[in-house]
Design a protein around this ligand. Structure first.
Ligand code: PAP
Length: 331
């Protein structure tokens, strides 16, 4: 068993010891910088803020996850369109198997049709991923630097969806106050934390930048998309996604309007009209009950304007511009 670092040895960038036992995990987590402010305290692990219980899961992932060449990983920062991307990815890659009239997306919340690699679905553990037949459609909220190294070398494909930071922030703020009973985080306070880089999976900009740079270096394996372009040209993005995932739309599919059908099936309006997304929910590993409806709120571009002052918008725009400067990425 590996030894646990002492507090004095600890640093925010520290690589965790391998094979830390379950008993020692708590000790290890207690050595990480901790900060409160969101609905639950968070720790800084490998330069990113996350819920403490996630650290063990990420470490387990490093040891157990074996990426396959034909895996597809849908990567997002929370609140940037995960549910939508999962729906689209599932609909595109499974379109020969299911008719649009009798589709799994009509009976299941998209979140549970595409498993997270770092967070086992309720009732399952990490071994579940190994039981899935290829090609696997998987998802993650982790930054690229936290994925097992083979993910970058095995040739699997990653689709990253990011979102305009002001809208992502507003969505996060609503979610935080909804998900934990009694949570009442003030907008101003949440805003300051977000601008400091302190948010779940944050700093927001570093998460985006890692995937952005990788998409420039390995365009055939990493596709970088924005929520806003998906909103404005959904059918084009569906075609782009299908092509990138190695299942381009055929001429026949084009003439029968498959892109349109996929967009309609996965649309905010359709998904929110379904009973499965209006009722029910599941308990997650951290004992939080997540209602299926919580993944849907407004689904709009620009809702930040209903919450932020001009001053706030200018500040966050300045922070983001500065952090992304020189990268070629802009919002
Ligand atoms: P997660 O981080 O918990 O996985 P995620 O799906 O990334 O959730 O974020 C939810 C946001 O996506 C919500 O945005 P809002 O708060 O600004 O409204 C949600 O409404 C939006 N969303 C979910 N499904 C869709 C969809 N089909 N089309 C467009 N937006 C969607």
């Amino acid at each position: 068993m590996a030894s646990i670092p002492s507090k004095s040895e600890e640093s925010a960038t520290k690589v965790p010891p391998e094979n830390v036992s379950a008993q020692n995990m708590e000790v290890f987590i207690s050595t990480l910088p901790t900060r409160e402010g969101w609905s639950q305290p968070m720790v800084l692990y490998k330069n990113y803020w996350c819920r403490p219980h996630l650290v063990g899961m990420i470490m387990l992932l490093q040891d157990t996850f074996e990426p396959r060449r034909d895996d597809i990983i849908l990567a997002t920062q929370p609140k940037c369109g995960t549910t939508w991307l999962k729906a689209l990815g599932f609909a595109i890659t499974n379109r020969s198997r299911h008719s649009f009239r009798d589709h799994p997306l009509l009976a299941s919340n998209p979140q549970y049709l595409v498993p997270f690699i770092e967070i086992p679905d309720p009732g399952r553990d990490h071994t579940y991923l190994e039981t899935l037949s290829s090609p696997r459609l998987l998802s993650t909220h982790l930054p690229l630097s936290m994925l097992p190294a083979e993910t970058s070398s095995c040739g699997c494909r990653i689709v990253y969806l990011c979102r305009e930071p002001k809208d992502a922030f507003v969505s996060r703020w609503h979610f935080e106050n909804k998900i934990v009973k009694g949570s009442n985080i003030e907008l101003d306070r949440a805003f300051d934390m977000f601008c400091q880089g302190f948010s779940p999976s944050g700093p927001f900009w570093n998460h985006c930048l890692e995937y952005w740079k990788e998409s420039l270096a390995r365009p055939n394996e990493v596709l970088f998309l924005k929520y806003e372009e998906l909103k404005s040209h959904p059918e084009e993005v569906v075609r782009q996604l299908a092509k990138f995932l190695g299942v381009p739309l055929t001429e026949e599919e084009e003439s029968s309007g498959v892109a349109k059908e996929v967009v309609k099936l996965c649309s905010f309006e359709n998904l929110t009209s379904l009973k499965v997304n209006q009722t029910g929910g599941v308990y997650h590993g951290n004992k939080i009950y997540v209602e299926n409806s919580v993944f849907f709120r407004k689904g709009k571009v620009g809702d930040w304007a209903n919450h932020m002052s001009e001053e706030m918008a200018e500040k966050i725009d300045r922070v983001i511009q500065e952090k992304l400067s020189g990268s070629g990425l802009a919002f």
